[in-house]
Design a binder for this molecule. Structure first.
Ligand code: GLU
Length: 297
């Protein structure tokens, strides 16, 4: 009798949990915002990465945790943003639902390392395709092209672009292991550079006046601006080109070509554009055109 009562209580509790999960609406991270359909019937060449991931019923993707619009961890512990939606589009073509993706944080400095260690199957994390990184990993892309820019306090009138950084002796913040921290050295002395592990720390340092500017891709800076439009301004003086690629194990040409095809199809069927309008496009209305992909070989 007692055990029956306990069982009834447990069932009731279980029911409550289920109802709460539905009543609260499925978390956005479990929803494919772009509308891409999960290709459950997909078949792949045996021994390919695609076949392995489909059979495992799971894919692990590294992304950013603190970059609004591209990759930001939400209150539910799951990330959202354009990079995250791109990941869901690729997963869907592997036959995997959004809730079959395991997300891991991929700070700039550790992206190559986590791919090499096979901690992740892909890194989609505002990740510029460049020659140094290509020695360690393979990129499928570009799926988006950003440009490095500067974010300053809204009332700053002395920093007007990269050329004004040295004469004003500005303290400039960026992130270790990023292309941004390297590129800006053309415009400043090394002692002017302050480096953190993630960009949100630069944003906080800028907000309290510990640094005078932060620099990285306009795509990332726009995310911080979108959250604090009265605190900051984006200079709009781009000084590099940052083609974003999806990082995978070095030499996995078949997986690279598969991702390429997925993105070309996504641009044709509108899911690429919808991924944008549902994320970064909430702030930056200009829908990008999928760039021409580089060769995977
Ligand atoms: N796109 C640049 C890079 O890959 C800067 C952004 C970042 O660190 O994620 O290094």
């Amino acid at each position: 009798m007692r055990s029956r009562r306990i069982l009834a209580a447990l069932l009731a509790a279980g029911l409550t949990v289920t109802l709460t999960a539905c009543g609260g609406g499925a978390s956005r991270s479990a929803v494919i915002l772009s509308g891409a359909t999960v290709d459950t019937a997909a078949t792949f060449e045996p021994d390919s990465t695609m076949a392995r991931l489909k059979a495992a019923g799971k894919v692990t993707i590294g992304t950013k945790w603190d970059q609004p619009l591209f990759g930001q961890k939400g209150l539910d512990g799951k990330p959202g943003g354009f990079d995250v939606e791109v990941g869901k589009i690729v997963a869907a073509k592997l036959g995997l639902r959004a809730d079959q993706i395991e997300w891991k944080e991929a700070p700039s400095k550790f992206r190559e390392e986590i791919i090499e260690r096979k901690d992740v199957d892909m890194v989609i994390a505002t990740y510029t395709m460049n020659a140094t990184r290509k020695k360690r990993i393979t990129f499928s892309g570009p799926y988006y092209t950003a440009a490095q820019d500067l974010l300053v306090k809204r009332d700053n009138t002395t920093i007007t672009g990269p050329d004004s950084l040295r004469p004003t002796k500005a303290r400039v913040c960026s992130v270790a292991g990023s292309a941004s921290a390297e590129n800006v050295l053309k415009y400043i002395d090394a002692k002017q550079l302050v480096k953190f592990d993630v960009y949100s720390k630069c944003r906080d340092a800028l907000r309290v006046g510990q640094v005078d500017a932060m620099t990285t891709d306009n795509a990332i800076l726009a995310g911080y601006l979108s959250q604090s439009p009265t605190a900051f301004k984006l200079l709009g003086t781009p000084f590099t080109k940052e083609p974003y690629g999806i990082g995978i194990s070095r030499g996995d040409v078949k997986f690279c070509e598969f991702i390429h095809q997925v993105m070309v199809d996504a641009a044709k069927n509108g899911t690429y554009q919808k991924a944008w309008t549902e994320t970064a496009g909430k702030f930056n209305k200009a829908i990008p055109t999928l760039p021409e992909f580089d060769s995977c070989a």
